[in-house]
Design a protein around this ligand. Structure first.
Ligand SMILES: NC(=O)c1ccc[n+]([C@@H]2O[C@H](COP(=O)([O-])OP(=O)(O)OC[C@H]3O[C@@H](n4cnc5c(N)ncnc54)[C@H](O)[C@@H]3O)[C@@H](O)[C@H]2O)c1
Length: 356
C-alpha cells in the first residue's frame, strides 16, 4: 500500500496552484495545509484543495503530517521560510528564485544539510527534453569546442502585473526584475547546457515601466569557463514577449533552441547522423510564459514533484538541488554587480568568504 506524502504550502498566490496540481498528480502526494498572511487567499486555496488554512506559516510547519514544505511566497521571503522549515526537520521544495542574495542562498543550503533534509529548487525547464539533448551533445563533444552560448530572454509584463502585488518590482523583496524573476529560467538553462560563466560585463535599465525600482532590460557579455563567449539579454519590456531563445555554437555544430523546441541542428561532417537522431522527438509542446505570468504548462512541476518525493524516499538525485539553484543566482548577482560597477566581474568573486 502506498504511503501518504504530506505537503504544506507557504504562499497561496499564482504559483501555489501549480504545486497543488503537481502534488495531486502524484499517487501519494497530498496537500495537507496552506499558509498565507492574507487570510482570504489561504481560505480560498483551502476550500478549493480541501486542506487546512493558516495565516501563520510557523504554526502550519509544526504539523506532524507535513513531511515537506513548498515555498511559494515572494522570493525575498524564501530564505526565512526555508531555513525555518529545515530546522523543523521538513524537506523543502522552493520556487525560483531560491533567494535574492547569495548569503541567504548559502544559508538555505547549509540549513538543509545540517538538518539532513532535502532542498529542491523549481526550475521546470530543466525537465524538458530539448535542452537535455543539447546538454548531452555539448558534453559528448558533438559540437566540438564551444564558441558561443547566447540566450535572449525577452518577455512582456505590463504595469498591472507589477502593480498586482507589493513585492513585485522591488529590490528588497523581488531582488531584481527581468533578470531575477523571468530571465532566471533561461539563465539556469544556459548554465545547465553550457557550464558556468567565469566573467560577466553587464548593463541594466528600466525603459518601459514607471513604478518599478528594478530593471526591465538587461544585457551582458559572458565568458564561460570552457572558453566560449555569450550574449545574454533579458527583458520584461518587449511586447509581445519572445520567450527563451538560445543559440549554441561550436566549431563542429550549432543548435538553436526556441522555448522547448530545437528549431535548428546542424553538425559538420559524419556526426550529422547522430544529430538527426538527437533532434527526433524534441517536438515542442510547452506553452509560453513570454507574455503571461499565469499561463504556462504544469508538466515541469509535476516531474519535479515526482523527483522530489523520490529524492526523499530513495535518495534519487534531485533535478535541481540547492547547490544547482545557486548557479543562476550567482550569475545574476554578478550581472547586477557588473552593471553597478560599470566593469567586468569575476563570477566566483561573489562567493568568496562564504562557506557552502
Ligand atoms: N516556476 C515558475 O515558473 C514561477 C512562476 C511564477 C512565480 N514563481 C515564483 O513563485 C513565488 C511566488 O510568486 P507568485 O507569482 O505566486 O506570487 P503572488 O504574489 O501571486 O503570491 C504570493 C503569495 O504569498 C503570500 N505571502 C506574502 N507574504 C507572506 C508571508 N510572510 N507568509 C505567507 N504568505 C505570504 C501573499 O499573500 C500571496 O498570496 C516567487 O518566488 C516567484 O518567483 C515561479
Amino acid at each position: 500500500m502506498s504511503e501518504q506524502f504530506g505537503f504544506g504550502i507557504i504562499g497561496a498566490g499564482i504559483i501555489s496552484e501549480y504545486h497543488a496540481k503537481a502534488i495531486n498528480a502524484h499517487p501519494d502526494g497530498k496537500v495537507v495545509a496552506i499558509a498565507d498572511i492574507a487570510k482570504s487567499n489561504a481560505d480560498k486555496f483551502a476550500q478549493e484543495h480541501s486542506c487546512e488554512a493558516y495565516t501563520d506559516w510557523r504554526e502550519m510547519i509544526k504539523r506532524d503530517d507535513i513531511e515537506a514544505v513548498c515555498v511559494c511566497s515572494p522570493s525575498g521571503l524564501h530564505a526565512e521560510h526555508t531555513v525555518y522549515a529545515a530546522q523543523a526537520g521538513k524537506h523543502i521544495l522552493v520556487e525560483k528564485s531560491m533567494a535574492i542574495n547569495l548569503r541567504d542562498a548559502v544559508n538555505m543550503i547549509r540549513a538543509a544539510r545540517d538538518n539532513s533534509v532535502k532542498l529542491g529548487v523549481i526550475f521546470q525547464k530543466r525537465t524538458e527534453e530539448a535542452p537535455n539533448k543539447i546538454k548531452k551533445a555539448i558534453e559528448e563533444g558533438v559540437f566540438g569546442r564551444m564558441v558561443f552560448g547566447d540566450a535572449s530572454i525577452k518577455y512582456w509584463r505590463n504595469q498591472a502585473y507589477y502593480d498586482s502585488a507589493d513585492w513585485r518590482g522591488t529590490w528588497a523583496q523581488e531582488g531584481g526584475g527581468s533578470t531575477m524573476t523571468q530571465g532566471i529560467h533561461g539563465i539556469d538553462l544556459l548554465l545547465y547546457m553550457m557550464g558556468d560563466v567565469e566573467k560577466i560585463y553587464a548593463k541594466i535599465d528600466t525603459v518601459a515601466h514607471e513604478r518599478i525600482e528594478v530593471e526591465d532590460v538587461a544585457l551582458a557579455l559572458l565568458t564561460f569557463k570552457n572558453g566560449a563567449y555569450g550574449c545574454l539579454e533579458t527583458a520584461t519590456a518587449t511586447n509581445p514577449g519572445q520567450g527563451n531563445v538560445f543559440h549554441i555554437n561550436g566549431t563542429h555544430g550549432t543548435a538553436i533552441l526556441v522555448e522547448d523546441t530545437i528549431t535548428s541542428w546542424a553538425v559538420a561532417d559524419s556526426r550529422e547522423t547522430l544529430a538527426k537522431e538527437a533532434i527526433a522527438g524534441a517536438e515542442g509542446k510547452a506553452g509560453t510564459a513570454a507574455s503571461s505570468s499565469t499561463v504556462f504548462p504544469v508538466e515541469g512541476h509535476i516531474i519535479q514533484v515526482v523527483n522530489f518525493i523520490s529524492a526523499v524516499r530513495t535518495g534519487e538525485e534531485l533535478i535541481c538541488s540547492g547547490e544547482e539553484g545557486l548557479r543562476s543566482l550567482q550569475l545574476i548577482m554578478a550581472l547586477y554587480e557588473s552593471a553597478r560597477r560599470g566593469k567586468e566581474v569575476y563570477v566566483d568573486e561573489l562567493l568568496e568568504g562564504m562557506e557552502i
